[in-house]
Design a protein around this ligand. Structure first.
Ligand SMILES: [Zn+2]
Length: 348
């Protein structure tokens, strides 16, 4: 069982008949109870504690750091397998949808797992940093909260961009960003084979005018070893396929990210792991349940394919078959929570 709620698909005739306008799918129906796309950090804490308790010890929740506003940064660990996968959600506070997907995954794997889930747990151990930037979430901003910040990456008087402070050369004790330091410490302690970082991006269309619903990339820094890059590319291929299969109209592309070593995607590749960036497009309120489900499918497929070995049989070059991301959606982004955007958009 891939997930316990299934997508019923629907695409409007309008979208199919109007090549001039972007083909926007009607909201796919996601059976089952809708999940809260933006639980408060207090609700997140309560949900994690409930999962830990109901899992009878299978899920271990711990605070791995504290933000400048005093909020705990939570990690949850589940599984007993030899392959270690680490997922991170919501480094950018206003990119929320990976977090509810991680909660659903922890619940499905940790609380009364079925036979398929138990096979996954026999093969992998998962560490999930659930909402790396809780202050940013509460303030609905990309950056962490640091009024004293005068950062190279971030905004003076507002905060740092956590996803620019993972450089291998930057020790956690010297890191000015507690959120990035916490992720790095957990990385060092857990020593994952594969690291996957869940973000959100704006709205884009491909060359056929179809909306892009997710973009992915491997480490592109030149210092990353061949083995690490190959595993990253295998994981990109597996995740992109799972997300495209998640609902009708789901459409994955490559992400045009940069080579800077402080970006988690590059840093954890340089540090010796497979490393993947997943960006969910902010396709609007009606699509949020489907997007959460697609993030869940990415997370589940990576764990399942690592556990059964199929991940390592994927041709790394098949990642090159995923198309490039296209142009911004004209008029996209109105009336919805929109991830921060600037020209050039090299914004992992
Ligand atoms: Zn982001």
């Amino acid at each position: 069982m891939k997930r316990n709620w299934r997508i019923v698909t629907a695409v409007t005739a309008f979208a199919l008949l109007s090549p001039a306008s972007p083909a926007l799918a009607d909201a796919p129906e996601v059976p089952g109870r809708p999940v809260d796309p933006r639980p408060s950090t207090e609700e997140l804490r309560r949900h994690l504690e409930k999962i830990e308790k109901r899992s009878r010890g299978a899920v271990d929740v711990a605070a791995i750091g504290t933000t400048n506003q005093g909020r705990p940064i939570f990690n949850a660990t589940v599984g007993r397998g030899p392959l270690r996968l680490m997922y991170v959600t919501q480094q950018h506070g206003d990119e929320p949808l990976g977090t509810p997907a991680a909660l659903e995954l922890l619940e499905d794997l940790g609380v009364r797992p079925g036979r398929d889930e138990r096979a996954v747990l026999d093969g992998v151990t998962l560490s999930v940093v659930v909402r790396a930037n809780p202050d940013g979430h509460e303030l609905d901003q990309r950056y962490n909260h640091d009024p004293d910040a005068d950062p190279e990456y971030g905004e003076p008087g507002v905060g740092y961009d956590p996803n620019r402070y993972h450089s291998p050369a930057l020790a956690p004790e010297d890191n000015p960003v507690p959120e990035a330091a916490a992720v790095r410490r957990q990385y060092e302690a857990f020593d994952p084979h594969l690291m996957v970082d869940y973000h959100m991006q704006g709205r884009y269309i491909d060359d056929d005018g179809e909306e892009i619903t997710a973009s992915l990339m491997w480490p592109t820094n030149d210092g990353v070893g061949d083995g690490e890059r190959d595993l990253s590319r295998q994981a990109v291929a597996v995740s992109a396929r799972a997300m495209e299969d998640s609902y009708d109209g789901a459409n994955a592309s490559l992400y045009p990210g940069g080579t800077y070593e402080g970006i988690a995607r590059n840093a954890y590749g340089l540090l010796g792991s497979g490393s993947v960036l997943v960006e969910l497009s902010a396709t609007g309120p009606d699509m949020e349940q489907a997007q959460i489900a697609s993030a869940y499918d990415s997370m589940y497929a990576l764990a399942e394919s690592a556990a059964d070995g199929s991940l390592f049989a994927v041709d790394p070059d098949s990642a090159d078959d995923i198309p490039e991301r296209g142009e911004p959606l004209p008029g996209g982004g109105q009336g919805q929570a929109q991830p921060f955007h600037v020209e050039g958009d090299d914004l992992d």
